[in-house]
Design a protein around this ligand. Structure first.
Ligand SMILES: Nc1nc2c(c(=O)[nH]1)N[C@@H](CN(C=O)c1ccc(C(=O)N[C@@H](CCC(=O)O)C(=O)O)cc1)CN2
Length: 297
């Protein structure tokens, strides 16, 4: 029997646990605050930030949302970030990616105060993660770790193949999984578009994480029996329905399910966890900035 990993349920459990920490902070007079900044008219990005704001409301985090015209000069975004860095009611800042082409995304990430970097993308935080002392784990990789834990898959000693080498998912996840720490100690191979014979790599894996943004690239023929499959992809493909699209992952779910012992669906797998771990980082940031000890799930 294949275990279909319910990301919505795991995320709900994390939100419930975070509720207690948020109450601890409130008892000390601190309401955690998260600012989301959107400089894009991409409908998917708009959906993600509005979901993040809704999550904040649900758990009692003060959500502040700022929209910047995607045609505006980059300076408008930097000035907004400067203001948020100075605002004591804002503990976490997130700039929704991608930003428009005329904006240098690396400069954006460097502009955010590393102590308020709810995404964990600032070079200082990336360095801490690689050195094995993460301050803020990036949300999607952290969510993947939590999903593996939820089905008792301990990466220790396992062969994990990550398909995709992005700064948001592939690279930080590889670093987390090789760490000498709980949820780590795996042997990790990072594959990408120039990997020769991808199927030979994925077939050798105990755990496959697909994070390449190519709809249904990984199918059952590329997997071994008993593999755990984590699908990070959330791709909108044209469909003959009211919305005009449907969501599919980077994994062909139906054929992969026949091989996997556990697999995440899309939607309802990794996506909700990305959002839950953002709340986690915001609560952690608020606790550290206010010098209040909070328990984290
Ligand atoms: N600043 C950031 N930008 C981006 C990140 C990020 O972590 N930080 N990651 C991705 C997208 N992403 C986060 O913003 C994200 C993707 C998917 C979901 C999600 O909840 N998906 C749902 C379906 C949602 C829908 O109906 O469309 C699911 O999979 O069930 C949340 C966040 C790029 N940018």
């Amino acid at each position: 029997m294949t275990d279909i990993i319910d990301g919505r349920a795991v995320a709900e459990g994390i939100r419930t646990d975070l509720g207690e920490s948020i109450q601890t902070l409130k008892d000390e007079g601190v309401t955690p605050g998260l600012a989301t900044v959107l400089m894009s008219d991409d409908p998917a990005s708009e959906t993600y930030v509005s979901m993040k704001q809704r999550d904040c409301e649900e758990v009692g985090i003060n959500g502040i949302h700022i929209e910047i015209d995607p045609e505006a000069p980059a300076e408008e975004l930097y000035e907004t970030i400067d203001d948020l860095n100075e605002d004591p009611e804002v503990h976490g800042i997130l700039v929704q990616m991608p930003v428009p082409d005329h904006v240098d995304s690396q400069q954006v990430l460097r502009a955010i105060d590393p102590k308020k970097d709810a995404d964990g993308f600032h070079p200082e935080n990336v360095g801490m993660l690689v050195a094995g002392h993460p301050r803020f784990k990036p949300c999607t990789p952290h969510g993947v770790q939590k999903l593996l834990e939820s089905v008792d898959v301990d990466p220790e000693g396992k062969d994990v193949v990550i398909v995709g080498r992005s700064n948001i998912v592939g690279k930080p996840l590889a670093n987390l999984l090789i760490q000498k720490a709980e949820g780590g100690n795996a042997t990790v191979t990072v594959c990408h578009s120039r990997t020769d014979d991808l199927a030979a790599k994925t077939r050798d894996a105990d755990v496959v994480v697909a994070a390449c943004g190519v709809p249904e690239l990984i199918d059952g023929s590329m997997l071994s029996d008993g593999v755990t499959v984590i699908d990070v992809g959330v791709n909108r493909v044209d469909a003959d329905n009211e919305k005009g699209y449907e969501l599919v992952g980077d994994v062909d779910f139906d054929s992969a399910k026949e091989k996997a012992s556990a697999i995440t669906p899309v939607p309802g797998g990794v996506g909700p966890m990305t959002r839950a771990m953002l709340l986690y980082n915001t609560v952690k940031a608020a606790g550290e900035q206010a010098d209040v000890e909070v328990e984290l799930p």
